[in-house]
Design a protein. Sequence first.
Length: 68
Amino acid sequence: MNIFYRPQYVSEITQFINELKAKNPAMEEGQRLGRSLLWDKAVDRDASDEFRAARVAQKPYVYQNLLD
């Protein structure tokens, strides 16, 4: 048995989150919807490859005067 094992312990933060979810069960679905709007995007692999191929290499010293 682990010396730090405390099965009855639940932190205050976990208690708060559990109470919040119990009061508002639709909150989790709203979080999933928000995540899908912002983060879960379909990636167009062909366009990504074209963008990568069209990239122009940056010169070693960007601020060099080209008039010399």
